[in-house]
Design a protein around this ligand. Structure first.
Ligand code: NAG
Ligand code: NAG
Ligand code: NAG
Ligand code: NAG
Ligand code: NAG
Ligand code: NAG
Length: 621
């Protein structure tokens, strides 16, 4: 009896200690498990990178094609390609380019194509002859297209049939530079452009000798991906073979296996679509369901039709899915994992609410950046957690940032200052051998702009992410805003996404793009919003005002501009620069304009009179 009591007491004490420990360190187990998982994946990665001969993503594909030739690799508009078919077709591509285009190992070929299987198969073909691909955004035209093309150093351009017109526009310049242009069609009668589809058709599908790519190393470029900034022209970031493996392993982090079906609706010219989706699926051996364009109304139907288990998202895509009208079968699907970035806490919650318990792998990172976080704790809204070992391996910090001057705050010694817990700070990560910043091709100046020196010591070197993050008391990391997406008014920082989220709650409003505009005689910028209305809805000034009045006065948009549609980049990022430049003068803005009238406690139509009153200072803002 006595012994039993002793045992029970001991048990009680141990339980109490466990409870106390969990209370004090609630995330200890998750942190440890995560660390183990990452350590295991890093170990596997090192093993892959150290293999001799070199083992690239292409080798991984070839191995899968040998092992499971009949397994479905790509599904597109009802057509399927098995691993073996994809292998053969890409042999034809590689061979026809080798024979007809002036390319050899180490060259770069630019791809100007929409989402279609050829995109993926041409990349495989290029990899087989040791060439890199530059993934041109199919929305760019004229000057921008020429800029993107020439900055990657390619001498060959492959164009989708439907994009022929866009290339014809710039063809004279391309011909001057002796660029070979191939059209992905059976025939082509434009002078200076050759057809490619017929050449691929004729080429043999026999394997290409690995001697053609014998000089490829782990540091060779595999891809050039353009990052779409909101200002200036796009920049080409180099994705080496090593980096390609690194980013492709995200599916492994999420536990994706060869049993999975991955649904790609994001454009293939971006990292999320091409690397996280396509080469990631090669890494995990999964099947890919590819779609030409994202469609919110078709999304779940496709998932059901093709037994999709893994989806890729960006924040806006999640928002679009949540704004579709409810369907009774919207939880009827097999999707278990969503991989992506940019999910805002409210949309994320709503997404789980509506579409069932889908595990969300939210990744923070950028195409060219050197630091990444993932959410492993199941905390909705957080992009990750400060983890001692992660921070030791990849030193990073959040530093105080002056959003008005758009530069880090520096102390009297000229060094940066770490942001306090709970305060938004600029994420910078130390550039080291393990975490290099490879920069943008052909632009030292742009590369230099992303480098930050003298951060904590004279002479040190960091990568400037351009993102403001926040770390809370429990060490959870949250995305706050892009640096360019914050403006300062009356000495306060306004995060534009925060204000747009408020507009999303107004009945009549479909979408809002919030930005800051300059006012004569004032420091900083005042808030303005471009909005679109829901179909058939009227602008309702009173209800807009009642939502907006919940914001601090400095964050309330003083002007609203109603547009038919909001201009976006290819990945649905809102374009603000033009709107900022156009400002709020009624004679310069072609759309209906409203002004927040303090006295009326509502939005009133903006007039030339009000504009002059603001200019002269008789209306105080
Ligand atoms: C793949 O399919 C072909 C033709 O249907 C068949 O001859 C072959 O044995 C299959 N290969 C494997 C490994 O199942
Ligand atoms: C243009 O390219 C062709 C082969 O593609 C080559 O024979 C020719 O010399 C090049 N001309 C110039 C001016 O570079
Ligand atoms: C590989 O590099 C060596 C030395 O630079 C060169 O001689 C050889 O031609 C290259 N191989 C190919 C396939 O380009
Ligand atoms: C999806 O799964 C069901 C049940 O397992 C199966 O009958 C169907 O053929 C699958 N569809 C596809 C496109 O693989
Ligand atoms: C991230 O958080 C979500 C909470 O929605 C959770 O479902 C998911 O499993 C988490 N991701 C990982 C990899 O743990
Ligand atoms: C943490 C992180 O993303 N580190 C990356 C830094 O860059 C190298 C190579 O470019 C990658 O291999 C690392 O994964």
């Amino acid at each position: 009896m006595e012994a039993l009591h002793m045992h029970l007491a001991a048990l009680a004490i141990i339980s109490l200690l466990i409870v106390l420990f969990k209370y004090r360190f609630p995330y200890f187990v998750k942190d440890v498990l995560y660390t183990f998982r990452i350590a295991r994946i890093s170990w596997r990665m090192r093993h892959i990178l150290n293999k001799r001969p070199l083992y690239t993503i292409l080798d991984c594909f070839l191995e899968a094609a040998k092992k499971n030739p009949n397994k479905t690799f790509i599904v597109f508009e009802g057509k399927t390609f098995s691993y073996s078919e994809a292998d053969k077709w890409s042999n034809k591509v590689g061979r026809s380019l080798w024979n007809h285009a002036p390319v050899t190992e180490g060259d770069t070929v630019a791809l100007f194509l929409g989402n279609e299987p050829s995109y993926l198969l041409i990349w495989l073909g290029l990899a087989k002859i040791g060439c890199a691909a530059a993934l041109l955004n199919y929305n760019v035209r004229s000057k921008s297209l020429l800029h993107c093309f020439s900055c990657c150093g390619a001498n060959v351009l492959i164009v989708a049939a439907e994009l022929k017109d866009a290339v014809e526009e710039v063809l004279p310049t391309l011909r001057e530079q002796n660029i070979s242009v191939f059209l992905l069609a059976e025939e082509c009668d434009t002078e200076g452009m050759e057809s490619l589809a017929d050449k691929i058709e004729e080429a043999s599908d026999e394997p290409l000798s690995s001697a053609l790519r014998a000089n490829v190393t782990i540091g060779s470029p595999a891809l050039y991906i353009y990052t779409s900034g909101t200002t200036g022209l796009p920049k080409a970031a180099v994705i080496t073979q090593q980096r390609l493996w690194g980013a492709s392993s995200l599916q492994t982090v999420g536990g994706v296996t060869a049993e999975d079906v991955v649904y790609i609706t994001l454009p293939l010219y971006h990292t999320s679509g091409f690397v996280v989706g396509f080469t990631g699926a090669i890494g995990s051996g999964a099947t890919i369901v590819l779609r030409r364009k994202f469609s919110a109304s078709q999304f779940w139907d496709d998932c059901r039709k093709y037994n999709v288990t893994v989806i890729l998202y960006i924040g806006e895509l999640m928002r679009y899915l949540c704004s579709t009208s409810k369907a009774c079968d919207e939880r009827d699907h097999q999707v278990r994992l969503a991989i992506g970035n940019g999910a805002r806490a409210d949309v994320w919650k709503e997404f789980l609410n509506r579409f069932g318990s889908i595990s969300v792998l939210e990744i923070y990172g950028s195409t060219e950046g050197n630091i990444s976080f993932i959410n492993y704790t199941g905390k909705v809204g957080a992009i990750g957690r400060v983890n001692f070992l992660h921070k030791k391996a990849f030193p990073y910090a959040l530093i105080k940032y002056d959003t008005l001057r758009e530069e880090p705050v520096r102390d009297h010694r000229g060094l940066c200052i770490e942001a306090a817990k709970g305060e938004a700070g600029l994420l910078v990560s130390k550039i080291t051998k393990k975490a290099p910043f490879l920069g943008y091709i052909g632009s030292l100046q742009l590369t230099e702009k992303k480098r930050l020196r003298d951060v904590f010591e004279k002479g040190d070197l960091y990568f400037n992410s351009g993102d403001l993050l926040r770390i809370d008391q429990h060490n959870f990391i949250y995305f706050h805003d892009r640096v360019g997406d914050t403006f300062r008014w009356k000495g306060e920082n306004v995060a534009t996404t925060e204000v747009s989220d408020v507009f999303a709650m107004v009945d009549c409003i479909q979408e809002a793009n919030v930005y800051g505009v300059r006012v004569p005689g004032h420091e900083g910028r005042i808030g303005m919003a471009a909005v679109t209305l829901k179909e058939g809805a009227e602008f309702d000034p009173a209800s807009v005002f009642s939502q907006v009045s919940g914001l601090p006065a400095y964050a309330q948009p003083r002007f609203i501009r109603i547009q038919d549609s909001l201009e976006m980049t290819g990945t649905f990022k809102q374009i603000k620069v033009k709107l900022v430049d156009e400002g709020f003068c009624p004679s310069a803005v072609p759309d209906p304009l409203y002004f927040l009238d303090d006295k009326e406690k509502s939005y009133v139509p903006m007039t030339q009179e009000i504009y002059h009153a603001i200019e002269s200072g008789s209306i105080k803002l």
